[in-house]
Design a protein around this ligand. Sequence first.
Ligand code: ADP
Ligand code: ASP
Ligand code: MG
Length: 402
Amino acid sequence: MSLTVQKYGGSSVDNAERVRNVAKRITDAYKAGGEVVAVLSAQGDTTDELIEKAFEINPRASKREMDMLLANGEQISISLCAMAIEALGYPVVSLTGWQIGMHTDSEYGSARIKRIDGSRIRAELDRKNIVLVAGFQGINKYDDVTTLGRGGSDTTAVAVATALKADTCQIYTDVNGVYTADPRIVKGARKLDEITYDEMLELATLGAQVLHNRSVEMAKRYHVPLEVLSSLESCPGTKVKEVVNMEAMQVSGVARDNNVARISLTNLPDVPGMAFKLFSLLSQQKINVDIILQSIGRGNNKDISFTVAQTAARQARDVLEEHKDNLGYEELIIREDVSKVSIVGSGMVNNPGVAASMFEALYRAGVNIQMISTSEIKVSVLIDRAQSDKAVQAVHEQFFGG
Ligand code: ADP
Ligand code: ASP
Ligand code: MG
């Protein structure tokens, strides 16, 4: 018998009508004769609202208690949807991360999945139940609740699909599939019929939140066929797979990330070991550094600028200020009004001039570039956030037309 894992995101279960719509879709798949497991996210903006509630009480709450709080959003969704399925007359059971044996490490707020004990889900499917699973949550070795990071329900779905050897994993969301750019920002963005895991992974990592990047990484590793579809319309979505039929496009998509901050340290001593000292301090705090720019030494000094996630900027400031004397810099400047705009495409490697073409589009749009980073399949630039809508539109038009 075929087994389908479906995942429905926050906007797909935002209110009673949407929950009933999801219940209908799940029961349609069940009626068609297959086994169905559906992973659900918290309704609408519930996770953001819970974070705000926590901030009102204690802006420096421990990550453990934050996870304890945030996991509730997904539990509300699965129980409400189970009630909607009961009302339609089908057998259903909702299960938390703990109940499905979703074991993670103890990095509260960004826990990594270690293993899933699929036996409870298997037993419920054998009893002919539809199974609803709370996305985004797991438990660690202390039996404490953990969460997988924002957008993590996609990763729950792929992990469940992997553990149960599902035939397919369908990610239902509020757009019809993966587009050449966020269709909510870019006029003329086109839906892709298919995209490779590698390109999707880059796009997701560079800010296209349509899929959690770790879900794509896992789908690639375990060969899980993924499809991104609309929960509201019935039309073909985008297949994410190893190889796509068409010739590798020069550029398959444009992404924008606003969760970025630029940090500059001026007049650091121009001596060996400086970068080592600075970046090991940040790595000890588990702060990821992205683009790095170091100036040529002037006299005995140099500047180093780098980007971190905006959500990590305060922690980075704290550690750099604490070590000011040790590092010996003059000024610490943090800019949070920046965005990263990127192009991704596996065909880029054989086409010199793609980066220049992106810079040309930005020049014509009057957008100044603060930093640049490139790899074989992407080019990223850091720009002023106020110009980022314009920049994404201009870069998209350059490669995909108006
Ligand atoms: P869900 O709540 O279903 O998980 P998300 O909000 O996490 O949905 O992701 C869907 C959103 O991703 C879309 O509404 C869209 O604005 C955004 N998005 C960003 N880049 C892309 C892209 N390249 N293709 C499609 N959607 C994108
Ligand atoms: N509810 C969580 C979030 O808002 C997880 C998810 O939606 O995937 O990030
Ligand atoms: Mg999401």
